[in-house]
Design a protein around this ligand. Structure first.
Ligand code: SF4
Length: 302
């Protein structure tokens, strides 16, 4: 639980530095308590693009802070815990992309935002879980090389059957979403209510959920649906965020579905980052330019 003193310190530092705090939906409640913008990867990327702040503090994992920096080269971007990474992003490398481009020269390369800036620089266009279907449908290509999440690739394949989706590499996945089991679904069904699953979940979870949606879309669906009980199949921090947003509804989640890296950031880390200007994102200009092009294509098509 964050103290009133810490809230005040962060409030004054933000004013003094003309800074804004962007936090992912999976962050812990004390980070959400001081954030200016809370959202999924797409919402954070859009917010980073439109804010007039001089300093952005991105509370999430490293690819999110890098994305904010790529889209805002003139701003100073900080990540309070620099070693907060995304294990899913590590499955893909530019070498793997190049290998598949050689094999399928007619294909478009679409890389999930959960990837390194070097991979984004090697791709035609980036997508998030919130806009993946729209992005893939918008492309004239019938063959799409897609990485690094095989579950999201499978979801896209199901929803856009007229295109061939080649998942690269063959084993890329998020360990948080991969661990959900048929027992979790059975328990949720016995309790009643609606089951909402993230597209990073494996096929057997997606197929047995009522709705598959990104975290941003989940909020919209719950807002528009008159259902009091929800089972949330994504990172556990999302259920906490939903409970705070909708106190009259009840949200259940698997308590083991915790992203260790997403939960690293605390209010103390934010204070340290703002006070000492620690954890600045510095990127190579050359790769930044190509990665920005791929991200801007995504924002245009979103
Ligand atoms: S929840 Fe999964 S995809 Fe999201 S940051 Fe953590 S490891 Fe990466």
């Amino acid at each position: 639980m964050i103290s009133d003193d810490d809230i005040q310190i962060i409030h004054h530092l933000k004013i003094e530095l003309h800074a804004k705090i962007l936090a992912h939906n999976y962050q812990i409640p004390e980070v959400h308590a001081v954030a200016d913008i809370i959202g999924d990867s797409l919402e954070l990327a859009l917010a980073a693009r439109t804010t007039d702040a001089e300093i952005l503090v991105v509370c999430g994992v490293s690819f999110m802070a890098e994305t904010a920096k790529i889209l805002n080269p003139e701003k100073r971007v900080f990540i309070p815990v620099p070693d907060a990474g995304c294990p899913l992003a590590e499955y893909l490398t530019p070498d793997i992309i190049a290998k598949y481009q050689q094999k399928y020269p007619e294909a478009a390369v679409v890389v999930y935002v959960n990837s390194s800036s070097a991979c984004k620089a090697a791709t035609d266009i980036v997508c998030t879980s919130g806009n993946a279907l729209r992005i893939i449908r918008s492309l004239p290509h019938t063959t799409i090389i897609f990485g690094p999440d095989t579950n999201l690739a499978g979801y896209v394949r199901e929803q856009v059957p007229d295109k061939e989706i080649i998942a690269i590499p063959a084993n890329g996945h998020c360990y948080v979403h991969q661990q959900f089991t048929s027992d979790d679904i059975r328990t949720a069904r016995e309790m009643g209510g609606m089951i909402l699953a993230h597209p990073e979940c494996p096929e057997h979870i997606r197929h047995n959920a009522d709705i598959v949606a990104s975290t941003g879309k989940m909020i919209q669906i719950i807002t528009e649906t008159d259902e009091p009980v929800w089972h949330i199949f994504t990172e556990e921090g999302m259920a906490k965020r939903l409970q705070a947003l909708f106190p009259n509804k009840k949200f259940y989640s698997n308590k083991n579905a915790i992203c260790r890296d997403m939960h690293k950031t605390t209010a103390s880390d934010i204070i340290r980052s703002l006070q000492n200007l620690q954890g600045e994102i510095i990127l190579d200009e050359e790769s930044t330019r190509s990665a920005r092009r791929a991200l801007e294509r995504m924002l245009k098509a979103s």
